[in-house]
Design a protein around this ligand. Structure first.
Ligand code: C2E
Ligand code: CA
Ligand code: CA
Length: 779
């Protein structure tokens, strides 16, 4: 499950949150207000109750006093008391008591002894159990007093009055019983529960109460003027009480406790609270339902839009599905989405087209034809691939301008498309064509080539392209896209090298190609080290006239541990093409300088000729570098000479001549190598600042037997002499050739007959031996 909440949940939370907050706020508010009102009501009820009860008891007291006074004023009664007429006293007490509804009537002696009573009290009962001596004294001095007492386990409010005749002769007692029944009648008036407590002098407490079973009873004093939340009564029978003293008498203090049943008072509020609570819960539930519906209404179209974006992201544009109609903004969003979808689709189509096609010609590009070829290879059916290359493309651009050439390419592409099959442009000047039907034979291909090479007229210019066609048959010649492209390039290279305009792939081409790559790779490694797989050999040059060896030609050797012996003819040419020749030359010069230094140190003041390629001559920094290397080893300029082939110098003769002049000026001897194989005239030769001419070995090898060679050699020697140049003949393999050359007037001789190219140590040994021999011979 994803760790995020949905929009729908957000809406729900919001709606419910707001509602819950307002519900709680209302509830709290109602709770506080009703509680306060309830509290006030409790306090008011208790206050009123206190007033009412005080008044009731005051009324009862005056009623008691009146009744007692009526009794004590009765003459007959007085007389009966005076005469201690017990029977009369008893009947008066009974009758009067019944009339005033007193619960107890009694006559006491002035000492407080019980003389007569309406209730069954033992006459001997000490009045002390009813009234204290202090009370008795108070009655006698004031003529009367009220007091509270407990008689036979019942609480009574009583009046004591002296019976005066005219001085007090006895004391009359009139009392009303205060029992649960009476208190209940008060409860009806006050709507409170009443408790009366009498604390006896002994400290014992007597109480009458209408209070039922009490769970909790809080004194109003304890509540500190306000009802706590607890006082609200979660449970039943919670009471709040107010206590006050009814009399000020210190002898028998009587206290009244009024208790209000909080539950009853709060009942209506509680109901209000619970109905509000119920309403709040109800509205929360309603809000939940409506919130869900609302959320659904809003989020369903949004979810659909989300689905649409997923579809768009996955590149499915056809059917976006219909978002639910209704909400304006959502509809607008949907419309925007549709517009966006169309735009994206158009753009993607454009991008896809650009990704798969060549912009100029509209043909497939290299990447896409690669994909198509892969599918073709997978299908396992044979097909022909024709590679078409425009020859001299750069010159074409230089001559006609890019725009015109681009238009020309478009024409070519159009022709190619007309041929059917698949056409692609795989590089700036190369196309690929896969004929759809049968394999085209050589004649058909030549016809197509001719057709494509027709002069195209663009902006009044007639542009004619020359094309090279190469062709491969798949899967015989190549069974993978990668090898196909590699072999296509190899065939193009081969066609280029051999100047053919239609060439079929041959597996041998690839061997040459991979060998070339191997040579380049290994040669780079070999060049990084002076003591590498490369080495130098030296072939002496004999001065024919003096029979002396003071010159050698330095020739490179490469014994590769991976490729074996690689002939210099092979790798020098590759190094020239791969722009490695300058590094080779530097390696050679460093090595030769070290070796020549050793020759000089061994007493052989030899000059070593190094072969340079035309590219070397064109490097302006080479000459100063050579001079520096020589001076580092303390060698004179005469220690080195250079050989260059004439064909190398023709391409840019003027610059070459300038550079060569600098070498001459520095003091180096220069020789034209392989003379006679190139096309240059001797007149041209004259302009080159060279000192020597080396007759190519092809004219020398068979000199002894070939008269034509003899003629060529004699004329070259004659010509060189006329230009004041020295002549070297190379490739002398027999005694007769050497003799002939001496006869023709050749200056220097080089060849296997004299000595093969040998390593430094062998050369030194050879020359030492030769010097000894010469000395012996001349002796
Ligand atoms: P090149 O400059 O014409 O060198 C003379 C070639 O003729 C050498 O072949 C040498 O071994 C060979 N040769 C000498 N005398 C005879 C002989 O009596 N009979 C026959 N059959 N051959 C003889 P190598 O050493 O194989 O060199 C081939 C070519 O490689 C050289 O032709 C030169 O163009 C190039 N090369 C050799 N070393 C270097 C070098 O250090 N730098 C450059 N740039 N090219 C070099
Ligand atoms: Ca040479
Ligand atoms: Ca040569």
């Amino acid at each position: 499950m994803a760790n995020y909440s949905t929009f729908r949940l957000h809406i729900l939370k919001l709606v419910l949150g707001v509602l819950a907050f307002s519900s709680v706020a209302i509830l709290v508010n109602v709770w506080i207000t009703t509680t306060k009102t309830g509290q006030t009501q409790v306090f008011d009820t208790l206050n009123v109750g206190e007033g009412v009860l005080k008044q009731v008891f005051a009324n009862r007291e005056s009623q008691l006093i009146n009744s007692a006074q009526v009794l004590t004023a009765d003459f007959g009664f007085k007389q009966a008391v005076a005469t201690r007429d017990r029977a009369t006293i008893q009947s008066v007490l009974n009758n009067h008591g019944a009339r005033i509804e007193a619960d107890v009537m009694a006559l006491l002696s002035l000492q407080g002894t019980l003389l007569s009573t309406t209730i069954n009290m033992a006459p001997e009962t000490s009045v002390a159990s009813l009234i204290s001596n202090e009370k008795l004294a108070e009655v006698l001095s004031l003529g009367g007093s009220t007091f509270w007492t407990v008689i036979q386990g019942e609480l009574y409010q009583t009046i004591l009055l002296t019976i005066d005749a005219p001085t007090p002769i006895a004391i009359a007692l009139v009392g009303f019983k205060v029992d649960k029944g009476l208190l209940s009648s008060f409860d009806d008036i006050t709507q409170l529960h009443t408790t009366m407590q009498l604390t006896k002098p002994s400290g014992a407490v007597y109480s009458v109460t209408t209070l039922p079973d009490v769970n909790r009873n809080y004194s109003i004093g304890d509540l500190d003027g306000g009802l706590s939340w607890l006082a609200m009564g979660v449970s039943d029978n919670t009471f709040v009480s107010r206590e006050f003293a009814l009399t000020q008498s210190s002898y028998e203090p009587i206290r009244i406790i009024l208790s209000a049943n909080v539950d009853v008072i709060f009942a209506t509020f509680k109901q209000l609270q619970s109905s509000i609570f119920a309403i709040a819960i109800g509205s929360l539930a309603l809000a939940l339902v409506f919130g869900m519906m609302l959320a659904k209404n809003i989020t369903r179209p949004l979810s659909q839009l989300v689905e649409i974006t997923h579809k768009l992201a996955n590149g499915a544009y056809e059917d976006l599905g219909a978002a639910k109609q209704g909400i304006h903004e959502v509809n607008q969003l949907t419309t925007s989405f549709r517009t966006m979808q169309t735009n994206i689709q158009q753009r993607e189509n454009k991008i896809r087209f650009q990704a798969e096609h060549d912009i100029t010609t509209g043909l497939f590009n290299l990447a896409h034809i690669g994909d198509l070829l892969s599918t073709k290879f997978d299908s396992n059916s044979p097909f022909q691939v024709v590679g078409i290359s425009i020859r001299g493309f750069r010159q074409l651009n230089d001559t006609f301008g890019h725009q015109n050439v681009d238009m020309c390419l478009q024409e070519l592409a159009a022709c190619l498309i007309m041929l059917g099959g698949l056409g692609a442009r795989i590089s700036s000047h190369e196309f690929l064509w896969i004929p759809s039907e049968h394999k085209r034979n050589e004649n058909e291909l030549k016809a197509i080539q001719l057709q494509l090479e027709q002069t195209i007229s663009i902006n009044n210019l007639g542009i004619q392209v020359k094309l090279t066609f190469v062709t491969l048959c798949c899967p015989t010649d190549a069974n993978k896209t990668e090898s196909l492209f590699r072999r296509l390039n190899i065939t193009f290279d081969q066609a280029d090298k051999t100047s053919q305009d239609l060439l079929y792939f041959n597996a041998d081409y690839e061997h040459t190609y991979t060998r070339r790559l191997d040579i380049i790779r290994h040669l780079k490694l070999a060049l990084s080290d002076i003591d590498s797989e490369l080495s130098m050999v030296y072939q002496p040059k004999l001065h024919i006239g003096q029979n002396k060896v003071s010159k050698v030609e330095a020739l490179i050797r490469w014994n590769s541990k991976d490729l074996g012996f690689v002939p210099p003819d092979e790798f020098i040419e590759i190094a020239e093409q791969a722009n490695l020749i300058y590094q080779v030359t530097q390696w050679v010069i460093k090595r030769v300088i070290l070796d020549v230094k050793e020759m000089h140190e061994r007493g052989q003041k030899v000059c070593a000729a190094i072969n340079l390629s035309a590219k070397d001559i064109m490097q302006p920094e080479l000459l100063p570098w050579i001079l520096m290397q020589l001076s580092t080893q303390n060698l004179p300029v005469r220690a080195l000479a250079f050989e260059l082939t004439e064909s190398d110098l023709v391409s840019d003769a003027k610059t070459a001549a300038q550079h060569l002049q600098e070498y001459r000026d520095a003091g180096f001897n220069l020789a034209i190598d392989d003379f006679g194989t190139g096309y240059s005239s001797l007149a041209y030769l004259q302009k080159l600042p060279v000192s020597d001419i080396k007759i190519d070995k092809s004219f020398v090898l068979n000199l002894a037997t070939n008269e034509a060679d003899q003629k060529i050699v004699t004329s070259i020697i004659a010509l060189a002499k006329s230009f004041n140049m020295k002549v070297v003949a190379e490739g002398i393999e027999d005694k007769e050739s050497l003799r002939l050359l001496e006869e023709f007037g050749c200056d220097w001789a080089q060849g296997y007959y004299i000595c093969r190219p040998v390593p430094l140590s062998e050369f030194l040994a050879w020359i030492d031996k030769r010097v000894v021999n010469t000395k012996v011979n001349t002796r």
